[in-house]
Design a binder for this molecule. Sequence first.
Ligand code: GLU
Length: 345
Amino acid sequence: MSPASPDDPPPAAPEAVPGEAPSPATTPRGRFAPSPSGRMHLGNAWTALLAWLSARSKGGAVVLRMEDLDPERSKEHFAALILEDLAWLGLDWDEGPGKGGPFGPYRQSERRAVYRQRLEALTARGLTYPCFCTRAELRGVTQAPHAGDAEPVYAGTCLRLTGARRAAKRELGRGAALRLRAGEARIAFEDLVLGPQMQDLAAQCGDFVVRRSDGVHAYQLAVSVDDMDHRVTEVVRGADLLDSTGRQILLHGLLGGTPPAYAHVPLLVDPDGRRLSKRRGDTDLGELRARGVPPETVTGWLAWRAGLLDRPRKASPRELADGFSFRPLPTGPVVVPENWMEDMT
Ligand code: GLU
């Protein structure tokens, strides 16, 4: 481990990067942020329904953002099917791909110049540093790190590189990723479902990747920039993304924005307690639709499991929006039994 050198960039400053902050939104704004790497399943429908209900119950707007950041994993035909499946479920949106809106673009693949610009601003403040660690160590940074596949805590190896060693690595042609100096940041926030939270970034992730060495921006950066630019005031997503929230709140602050409120909802799981399996036909919206299952069966069952109905019955999102609250949500994961549709009336 080499000692810190005088040409190391200065430590992360807590102040925001000036001139980048949009004005705060006046009406509540929720969002769906699907990744087009597969067809929607019941778990995606669950978070989309809860995000929609929470926004609509407050008279708020819904923004749809296509998270097609990673060119290798994102498929255009899945993006098109996601739009169709959301519409089929009865979940509409006010701004998004194909629809436009004042704060677009709404596809991450069209927002690369925006991410580049924000990163340049952070870098100009000495808040990032190049990292030459191998690709294997950096895998997965474009995807939302659903629990179980989070990146390991970074030891700060490249933070301690001297300027000369950095230059030598560049000369060898090693492409550099970019990391954000998370320093000793401890982030406190109130989750709308889980209550008070405290995240210690040094213990959780260390300095985290904001751009991969191949130039693709990382999920944490993109989602923070997007939620800020899209004036999102409330993020509703699966509890497996809870760990990302501290990083995103830090980024909002550094970029000069106000972080949205966060609601991390319980996960839907298979009877064995694991994440819904992609092989299960009875949770895949494509298969359910092909079998002629009505959308109100799906939204009604989900609403019942969210504690919004006292028995499993068909219900449309519109009839569920009145008086919506996260309060009756179960605290732990929600099991989707093999015969989940059986009791539906
Ligand atoms: N695009 C992510 C996913 O589909 C969601 C990210 C988020 O809600 O912040 O898993």
